[in-house]
Design a protein around this ligand. Structure first.
Ligand code: NAD
Length: 358
């Protein structure tokens, strides 16, 4: 397994491998960049087919967190961790405590949160071993599940995109196709319904689709048909890599704005979207609400003050002006919105020096 010459290495500051024989923990923590502050990012538990795939995933994800935090204007760096194993079969309280000890070795340069395969309950186990954890439930500082705040941020960015591309200041009557009705997608549907949008939805889970039809009057379509829908806006809220050579030929929406991470299969698909005059609201720009929420939990904890929900809402509201500035920069420079976002992030995090351990 190569590390320094790995395709996804991209100047990572630190990559640590952990093994705990007693609990079976096998984990990797990657810190991409701490120029703006300590690296904050979730812990994913996934049954990777190989150690190589686990390394690739953690490197790609931790780099993404650096960009997300920088564009959101947060004093945070980017990092992420992965635990190799099936969360349904191998996860135990002791394993999560062992993970907590691994996080503690970073002395605050890495702060962990929940991600796919881990829960707020797991963060509480980690918290028994280290204070460098967010997404805790309860207590004075806990912010709990970040998903509803992510949905609010996506809604904010989606409205900014509709204003810019469709010259619409409201969403009344607009058709929005939503892929994925999970923690974020379902909450996004609620905001869209309240704003008067017509919903077209799909999910593998039939019960979620039925609920959305009943609660929001959403029209249900088959999984693979969501790309072909005559909609004004497409909101991918399930998987990464879904904007690719196959799907882009089929999308009819003029705006793409959703929660899913890494929606572009490759950077060149951002250019293709620009050529097709489809406005793409970059995923990490508009799905930063959850990160913003847990950042204020970190602030509450380190200053020993209560978690301030209003500060979170004020910060999430800025996703509107941040999105608008990215759309304008892309227009002015004749580049894709994804590249414009990357350039703004890089200007911020490359300009300052690495942070010290707490
Ligand atoms: P989730 O697991 O709660 O929901 C995902 C939903 O997508 C599930 O209902 C699943 O059945 C559905 N799905 C899976 N494959 C599908 C397919 N092919 N077609 C249609 N539906 C499909 O996840 P979530 O927390 O709602 O996150 C959604 C996306 O947003 C993920 O890409 C995640 O990485 C990203 N994201 C989430 C957060 C957060 O705060 N939860 C923050 C930033 C980014």
């Amino acid at each position: 397994m190569s590390v320094f010459t790995h395709k996804e290495f991209d100047q990572h500051e630190q990559i640590s491998f952990f093994h705990d024989q007693a609990t079976g923990l096998k984990a990797i923590i990657a810190v991409h960049n701490t120029h703006l502050g300590p690296a904050l990012g979730g812990c994913r538990m996934w049954n990777y087919e190989s150690d190589d795939l686990a390394l690739k995933d953690v490197l790609r994800l931790s780099r993404g967190m650096t960009y997300k935090a920088a564009v959101a204007g947060l004093p945070l760096g980017g990092g992420k961790s992965v635990i190799i194993g099936d969360a349904k079969k191998h996860k135990t309280a002791d394993l999560m405590r062992a993970m907590g000890r691994a996080v503690e070795t970073f002395g605050g340069r890495y702060i962990v949160a929940e991600d796919v395969g881990t829960t707020t309950e797991d963060m509480n186990y980690i918290n028994s071993q280290t204070k460098h954890v967010v997404g805790i439930v309860g207590g004075n500082h806990g912010s709990g599940d970040p998903s509803p705040t992510t949905a609010l941020g996506v809604f904010t960015g989606l409205k900014a995109a509709a204003r810019h591309r469709l010259q619409r200041t409201d969403l009344k009557g607009l058709k929005v196709a939503v892929q994925g009705l999970g923690n974020v997608g379902y909450n996004l549907c609620r905001y869209l319904h309240q704003a008067g949008a017509q919903l077209i939805v799909t999910d593998m889970a039939a019960d979620k689709v039925d609920m959305a039809s009943r609660e929001f009057g959403a029209m249900a379509v088959a999984l693979n048909s969501i790309y072909d829908i005559e909609a004004d806006i497409f909101a991918p809220c399930a998987l990464g890599g879904i904007l690719n050579d196959d799907t882009l030929q089929r999308v009819k929406a003029k705006v793409i704005a959703g929660a899913a991470n890494n929606q572009l299969a490759e950077p060149r698909h951002g250019d293709m979207l620009r050529d097709m005059k489809i406005l793409y609201a970059p995923d990490y720009v508009i799905n930063a609400g959850g990160l913003i929420s847990v950042y204020y939990e970190h602030v509450a904890r380190t200053s020993n003050k209560p978690y301030d929900r209003q500060m979170v809402l004020d910060h999430v509201a800025k996703i509107d002006s941040v999105s608008e500035s990215i759309f304008k920069r892309a227009d002015q420079e004749g580049i894709s919105t994804s590249l414009a976002a990357d350039r703004i992030a890089e200007q911020r995090f490359k300009a300052t020096k690495a942070c010290k351990a707490a």
